[in-house]
Design a protein around this ligand. Sequence first.
Ligand code: FAD
Ligand code: 2HG
Ligand code: ZN
Length: 471
Amino acid sequence: MTALIDQLRQLIGASHVLTDGDLSAYEQDWRKRSHGKALCVARPGSTADVAAVVKACVAAGVSIVPQGGNTGMVVGSTPDTSGTQVVLSLQRLNAVRAIDPGNSTVTVEAGCILQQLQQTAEQAGFLFPLSLGAEGSCTIGGNLSTNAGGTQVVRYGNARELCLGLEVVTADGEIWHGLSGLRKDNTGYDLRDLFVGSEGTLGVITAATMKLFPLPAASLTAWAAVPSMEQAVELLGLAHRYLGAGLTGFEVMNQFALSLVDRHFPHLRVPLFRDTPWCVLLENSDSESEAHARTRFEALLEEAMDQGLVTDAVVAESLSQARNLWHIRESITLAQAEEGLNIKHDISVPISAIPAFVKETDALLAQHIPGVRMVDFGHLGDGNLHYNVQTPEGGDAAAFLRQYEPQVNKIVYDAVSRHGGSISAEHGVGSLKIDSLPKYKDPVALGLMSRIKHALDPQGLLNPGRVIRTH
Ligand code: FAD
Ligand code: 2HG
Ligand code: ZN
């Protein structure tokens, strides 16, 4: 093991192989669900260096945990407690390599922070639409490896749909040069889509070519009080009809989720939540003008009020007001963390099934866990809810998780399954869902996944214990 550390130091420079000091930024996951111990943290600065690190680790039979910003929600990017795994951090590989304005694409290295990419695109006169609460620290490599979603999926799709090409270091330490900016390519199996969403278990993404879009001429944001989930779904249908492709965001939040933001971040001044079970955040982006956007948006809200789908609403009057409304929405995760350890689910069901899913599952959980507090929010426009469970008020969160987590997961995942849904719409499987996956995934699909994993990583050294068990 020390021979490998010495070899890595020779390959990428001693200062880029960390063994001493406080490594918790690499060893502990964002949710504080697990604190591992790495053999070392290797921080290569080029694709060739990533390949060299992978080759050296594989030759030594040492497993590798690829890591970007370490903001993942499912304990997928931190080492186990054995002290034998190499954390391969992509953070130094962070350049925006090129923008091709004529092709509306950007080629970017895996460690580039998402917000950096958004800003670079904007400076070049383009929109890079992937947008999530962790954008100040998550990386494009991590976004692709988890096929991240976020708040603009309803219009632009998730990370997979934004990706045209990849550069990947394979488990053999070879480099696949797949950075095509092609929008059409039918020459065989789609390797890009195999690596996207594979959570570091099939290869290490080192760069990607991503789609860019025109910047909208105007964006309007509204916050609406909605009496029920059924009515939130009806409002979504109405918003699609009124705004067409202009509907770029549709997020739902329950009263308790917003009360946590109000409790932990009172300066954010959460609007309307006290008198309504649900609030919806809508965004309308317009390619013509603010006046055009406002006419359509106000017509939508008026109709929604007439139909009783919305009982009250505020439309942001300035960019800073709009940003504040989005900031409130994105602070729910942080407010939950302030409140204490919790159980998270990032489920999806058909949009039409969401009201029944929530009603039924809320009732089952309340029946089994007296005082359970539900933090329900998320991307209703995509049929994706964060159906999270907080310890009963005043309870010991760690003890609650020990006692109830498997039972809660079973109740929720069984309900998801009854409604034809998925146990992960966004955050992936990681280690937290690895044992649930076989119970809810089609066995044939699982078998194919297992064969793909074996073919691409025969020694099982890429992020073992994540997504799928190899033995
Ligand atoms: P990491 O956490 O470092 O890694 C995630 C996984 O990808 C791990 O399995 C890791 O091994 C693998 N990986 C990382 N980089 C590479 C690479 N270059 N090659 C191969 N494998 C790699 N997620 C959403 O989908 N939607 C949201 O709205 C959203 N909001 C969030 C809000 C907050 C406040 C937080 C903390 C997280 C949120 N997330 C969300 C989860 C998380 O931010 C995303 O999953 C993000 O895409 C992870 O990026 P990362 O760079 O931090 O990856
Ligand atoms: C979001 O949509 C993220 O804000 C995080 O996916 C969800 O905290 C969560 O459960
Ligand atoms: Zn989300």
